[in-house]
Ligand binder design. Sequence first.
Ligand code: SAM
Length: 206
Amino acid sequence: MVERQLRRREIRNERVLEAISRVPREAFLPASLHSQAYEDRAVPIGQGQTLSQPYMVAAMTEALDPEPHHRVLEVGTGSGYQAAVLSLLVRAVRSVERIPDLAREAERRLEALGITNVRVGVGDGTLGWPEEAPFHGIIVTAAAPSVPPSLLEQLSPSGGRLVIPVGSRAGQDLLRITRRDGETDTQVLVGCRFVPLLGEEGWPTA
Ligand code: SAM
């Protein structure tokens, strides 16, 4: 997967490639879907949600430019796979999931793999995790209609990065927003399609 799908598509950060090669993707899928674990596409994880395509996990992780001393917030724990990849790259990961069953299952998987620097919370991740802020990086793995102001506020003011898909429900642009000296700089990275980010600063839940 790393050679065929990621290096060929210009993923260059060796730390990110190494972390991805160390996390067993099948451990985050039900047994019936293990054969699909390394295919180049998103895989269903139940509750109408998906584990993102390997390339997208790699591209988002690379865009975050994770360093060993960083503290990172993930919004949209899903299966826990992205959090497991991040756990090998940074000091501490906080991950929020709105569906309690998915959060519980992800926690169980992370524990089974002996990962101890990830904390999973249940709630509306569009509001971030204020008690744990600021974060060097925030990664949102669901599609937002616009950038949630709470997440921008919880970024480190000295170079914090928010990686987030923003657009319509049908398709989005992956953005990287860097906060520095009271200003934000936005880069458009790639087109993508995620499940919706539902919540107070996302799409309406009803
Ligand atoms: N990162 C996940 C993984 O590694 O398996 C995949 C995430 S899946 C594409 C998107 C997830 O975002 C879903 O599990 C969904 O329930 C969750 N989600 C949507 N809106 C949310 C919100 N406001 N707060 C937290 N999680 C949310």
